[in-house]
Design a protein around this ligand. Structure first.
Ligand code: 5GP
Ligand code: MN
Length: 361
C-alpha cells in the first residue's frame, strides 16, 4: 500500500489541498508507527461521528492495524446497517473493556469533536492514555489534547476530512466500497442531505468518486431516512400540534418535549432526530430551538438559517457550543427553567434575529 498510484495523483489534482501537507505527513507517520489504534467520537453519536469513525476503521483495518472504535453511548438504529457498526464498543455498556482498549492503544484518533468533555466520562481515560493522539474535526476552537490537530471548521463534515486525509496520504486506490459508504453517510447527514454547507463544488467531485467506488447513494439515503418507527411520527404529530411555539416577529420557533411525553410515545434513541430542523421550513423562521428532557439533564439543540450564530447563543445562554447554524448544550435545571432561560435571552438577540429574518424574505 506504500506506492503512490496514478489514481491518487489524479484525484489529488482535482480537489484542493485544504489540509496542510505537514499535518498529512504527521498523521501518516503516526499511523505507520502504530499497531493498536482506538477511534473515539462524541456523545450521542450522529451520522458523521459514526461515518468518519467506521471509514477510518475500515481503512486502518485494511492496513492491518488492530482497530477498536469506541462511542461514549448508544447510537441510533438507523446507523446500525453501516459496515463495521456491529463491532463498535459502547463505553456506557462496556466500561472496563473500553478503558482497557484506551489505556493499551498506541494511537487514538479523536474524530468529530473538539474538546474532551464532548466524549463524557471517557475523556479522562483518553487524556490519561500514553497513546499518541490525532484529532480530525470540523468544530470551532479545538482543544489542545492531541499531538496532531487536524481542525478545519470550514469543512462540512469530518467524514469528508477522512476522505481527504486518505487521498492525500496516497491511499485513494485502496479506499474500499465499505469505506466509501461510511464517508458518504457522514457527508450526507452533516449537510442535511446536501441542503446546507454544501455549495463547495468539490463536494460533488468527492461524491462522484465515492459512487465510482461502488456506493449506492439512493440506497444509503433510504437506509438512513426511511428507517423510523411509527411511534416517532406519532410523537412528531404531538410535538408539532401541542408543543411548537412560534415567535413570528423575531423569526423564531421553539419545540419542547418532557420525559413523560417521550415515554408516552415509546421514545427510542434516534426518534427525535431532525425534529429541531422542522420549524425552519416555516416561512420567515430563521432560528429554532428544541429543548428535550433527557436522563439527568435537559438537552438543547439549536439551528438557524443564514448568519444568525446559534453557537454564540448556545455558549452565552447555556454554556454550550457548536457550529454557526447547528449547536447544542446541556442544562442541569428543569425543563421549565431551561425554557425560561431561552425565552429570557431572546430580547437580547432581537435585532439580529429581525435582521436575518428580513434577509430571508
Ligand atoms: P445536536 O443538536 O445535533 O445535538 O448538536 C449539534 C451540534 O452542536 C453538534 O455537532 C455539536 O457541535 C454541538 N453540540 C451539541 N451539544 C453540545 C454540547 O452539549 N456542548 C457543546 N459544546 N456543543 C454541543
Ligand atoms: Mn460532524
Amino acid at each position: 500500500m506504500q506506492n503512490i498510484k496514478f489514481a491518487d495523483v489524479k484525484l489529488c489534482s482535482m480537489i484542493s489541498k485544504i489540509i496542510d501537507e505537514d499535518l498529512i505527513q504527521q498523521a501518516k507517520e503516526e499511523i505507520l508507527n502504530a499497531n493498536k489504534v482506538v477511534i473515539v467520537s462524541h456523545v450521542s453519536p450522529d451520522g458523521d461521528a459514526i461515518g468518519s469513525s467506521l471509514a477510518l476503521c475500515q481503512f486502518l483495518t485494511n492496513m492491518e492495524k488492530e482497530v477498536t472504535v469506541i462511542m461514549p453511548n448508544a447510537f441510533p438504529d438507523f446507523l446500525k446497517w453501516m459496515p463495521g457498526a456491529d463491532q463498535i464498543l459502547v463505553y456506557a455498556e462496556k466500561k472496563a473493556q473500553s478503558e482497557a482498549a484506551i489505556a493499551n492503544a498506541d494511537l487514538i484518533f479523536a474524530l468529530d469533536f473538539n474538546v474532551l468533555h464532548r466524549i463524557g466520562e471517557m475523556g479522562t481515560y483518553v487524556a490519561d492514555s500514553k497513546a499518541r493522539k490525532v484529532m480530525v474535526d470540523h468544530h470551532l476552537e479545538p482543544g489542545g489534547f492531541a499531538d496532531v490537530i487536524i481542525s478545519y471548521p470550514s469543512m462540512p463534515s469530518t467524514s469528508e476530512m477522512i476522505f481527504r486525509l486518505i487521498c492525500r496520504m496516497g491511499y485513494f486506490t485502496d479506499l474500499t466500497k465499505e469505506c466509501a459508504e461510511c464517508i458518504y453517510t457522514g457527508m450526507m447527514t452533516d449537510t442535511g442531505s446536501f441542503t446546507y454547507n454544501s455549495n463547495n463544488p468539490e463536494l460533488y467531485i468527492i461524491i462522484s468518486e465515492l459512487i465510482k467506488k461502488g456506493i449506492n447513494k439512493d440506497d444509503i439515503h433510504s437506509k438512513v431516512y426511511n428507517n423510523y418507527s411509527a411511534d416517532r411520527f406519532r410523537l412528531m404529530g404531538h410535538l408539532l400540534s401541542e408543543n411548537m411555539k412560534v415567535y413570528p416577529e423575531i423569526g423564531t420557533a421553539l419545540l419542547t418535549l418532557s420525559s413523560a411525553e417521550l415515554k408516552k410515545y415509546n421514545f427510542r434513541k434516534g426518534d427525535t432526530e431532525g425534529f429541531v430542523n422542522i420549524p425552519l421550513s416555516i416561512k420567515g423562521i430563521i432560528f429554532t430551538a428544541f429543548i428535550k428532557e433527557d436522563v439527568g439533564m435537559v438537552k438543547i439543540s439549536l439551528r438557524s438559517h443564514g448568519s444568525f450564530p446559534t453557537n454564540e447563543f448556545s455558549a452565552e445562554v447555556f454554556g454550550g457550543g457548536g457550529h454557526l447554524n447547528a449547536s447544542g448544550a446541556e442544562s442541569y435545571v428543569s425543563l421549565a427553567e431551561t425554557v425560561k432561560k431561552f425565552e429570557d435571552a431572546l430580547p437580547k438577540y432581537k435585532e439580529r434575529l429581525i435582521e436575518e429574518m428580513n434577509k430571508s424574505k
